[in-house]
Ligand binder design. Sequence first.
Ligand code: 3NM
Ligand code: MG
Length: 513
Amino acid sequence: MNRDNFDLSVYLVTDSTMIPEGSTFMDQVKKAIDNGATCVQLREKKIETKDFIERARAVKKLTDAAKIPLIINDRLDVALAVGAGLHIGQDDMDAKEARKLLGEDKIIGVSVSTPEETKKAIADGADYVGIGLCFSTQTKVTHKIPCGPRGAQRILRAICECESDLKTCLIGGINQSNVSRVRYQSGIPDRKLDGVAVVSCIMAQEDAAKATIELAGGWNDNPAWCQSIRRLDLDQKALVARVREKHPIIHHITNNVVKNFSANVTLAVGGSPIMSESSPEFDELASFDGGLVLNAGEATPENFSMFIDAARAYNKNNKPIVYDPVGCPASAYRANFTRSMLVEGYFTVIKGNQDEIMTAAGMSLGVSGGCDSVSNAETKTVLGIAQKFALSTRSVVVVTGKTDIIADGIFDGQTDLVDCDVSKQRVALIDGGSPMMGSITGTGCSLGSVICSFVAANREDPFKATVAACRFYKDAGSVAAELAQHKGPGTFQYLFLDALYQSSIGSDLVSEF
Ligand code: 3NM
Ligand code: MG
């Protein structure tokens, strides 16, 4: 173990103020080291220098025996006294200064939140950066806005730009329940995160040994949703038929305008709709064979935590979520809501119109108002954005429009993007449908229900299932529009439901109306 060769994957940062009753600080640290911690940082904010050094010596005995690094937070004097590495924040001593004083053989880490801070850390001779804040945390008072797992990506890009081998870990609110998602969503094609730094999910746990084993397991194992992913060799007909066979339960959290229509559309394609906005039952609902349509159309400050509870329940139970960032370009509130949702949850599919996807992908469009797509970038440009967004979220991204644009970010169930052949990223363009589909409300939102039904019934291959759903939906739209052409939206609406139903049972809608 030296500056070029240390393991940050399970990085314990200590805190002596949260030790559970019946245990001691040293007990907790020892249990972590004995059960998979690969690096330890001693972080003491309220302790006399003498006690700090004494404690550092005691911990160093354990880390030396386990052949893992000990890093001291902030206090160069303590690091020097015990011969440990040093971790510095943006308000502490410069890494360059620290390097001079600490020498060439000690590990130095720096807390960063921006590419600029990262580039400075590289120039200053740091060995790793701790990237924060991943999720909100009670452990430290901070004004940083959570960046989510994907927040690591721009830091990793900056490191690649510098052609540096700086190591990285994410910190903040990471625990056993989200660690595999952190690994899955943090990497870029050229580089992956080296690990996670955690405080409370080990230090505050009654069983610190079990907590460490579970955290290390979560980091090292494939996320559950990766394990079942494979390419399905089924044609359109078979993908459609599986929905009726499996009859997935599709839980909707959606806006009032489309609830009835979405439920009917779900039934028409062979799924089983349920509407619930009651957090206490989400875990049970998520245990059924099915999926969740999470539609942000009626997001409010009051129901934000309900949305998060739903995302967590479906992520935890490894069931698909189709997230629809309805109208997110319309206001800063909506744009921020979707940004927060992307921090808090993993979505199998993210579906929206061009403006919604561009906004969700972090591109500022200005306020375009309403829920109807207005911007008109070229298909090639939008496809490029969808592909990048899919790689970044590791979701299937659907941009709806005259041509639906679909990009895969899941690949063949690979955990790390560095192990995926991104040149083989699957994409699909689907034409068809009818302008009539835009004449009734709910056709956009209900596509989410159809995608969710298809993905839940064809769980192995979310990309292929999504493409099949979009194809199926557009075809039903054109059949219904053809038959309704001398009538209007009212006729179109019932013909559309009929067309969805008839093609789902494998027959044709005939013009007997
Ligand atoms: N540094 P927990 S967040 C020590 O953002 C620390 O730089 C952070 O604690 C940063 O794992 C944090 O209990 C606390 O959420 C992390
Ligand atoms: Mg500090």
